[in-house]
Design a protein around this ligand. Structure first.
Ligand code: TYD
Length: 204
């Protein structure tokens, strides 16, 4: 089972999943929790290049290709082996983030970005995607309040960019209704955490 978490900045997906992982492990499931861009040493190095605040010159297509490169390495080294061993893989962001951020918000086109990602992933799509939907104004406010989370190059985009990202995710969720579940991430953390666990248990 391959599960991905998607949503705009500050949607709380990383915190919300911790509860589900803990509960699932207590039930005896083997979970591999990982994130994009990153998850392996090579992918983490690519992440540093993508998110560095110094790289203001980065071209949109370069950005999209780097995300896809990082994703491929992550699949090869971590995700595919774990799935083969029958583990549940939970990945914080995956291909849909590229469709939303690079395809829509950077304006590269969903189809173009999907195509380079098909090459990178050999058509590996998640079984379940949980979209943490939230108004980006609330999301950015949460990031500012949360001093442990470092601000990266994409956080520095204007609010319009993040609104486009939100709408992009909502429209992607309608394109793939069989694997998407949308949750309202503006509710209290405890409610969101429980809903996430319920959604996963229903699919197992
Ligand atoms: P991260 O600090 O992991 O953000 P978050 O906690 O919000 O997940 O940074 C990842 C950033 O990269 C985030 O701004 C979203 C962006 N991103 C893309 O633009 N395209 C992608 O394909 C992926 C995976 C992430």
């Amino acid at each position: 089972m391959f599960i991905t978490l998607e949503g705009p900045e500050g949607s709380g997906k990383t915190t919300a999943i911790k509860y589900a992982v803990k509960k699932l492990e207590e039930m005896g499931y083997e979970i591999v929790q990982t994130r994009e861009p990153g998850g392996t040493p090579i992918s983490e190095q690519i992440r540093d290049i993508i998110l560095s605040k110094n790289n203001t010159e980065m071209d949109g297509r370069t950005e999209a290709l780097l995300y896809a490169a990082s994703r491929r390495q992550h699949l090869v080294e971590k995700i595919w082996p774990a799935i083969k061993e029958g583990k549940i893989v939970i990945c914080d962001r995956y291909l849909d983030s590229s469709l939303a951020y690079q395809g829509y918000a950077r304006g590269l086109g969903e189809e173009n970005v999907l195509n380079i990602n098909k090459f990178a992933t050999e058509d590996t799509m998640p079984d379940l995607t949980i979209l943490f939907d939230i108004d980006p104004e609330i999301g950015m406010e949460r990031i500012k309040e949360n001093s442990t989370r470092e601000v990266n190059r994409l956080d520095l985009e204007q609010i319009e960019f993040h609104k486009t990202v939100r709408n992009a995710f909502l429209s992607i969720s309608k394109e793939y209704p069989e694997r998407y579940v949308v949750i309202d991430a503006s509710r209290p953390q405890e409610e969101v955490e429980k809903e996430v666990l319920d959604i996963i248990l229903k699919r197992l």
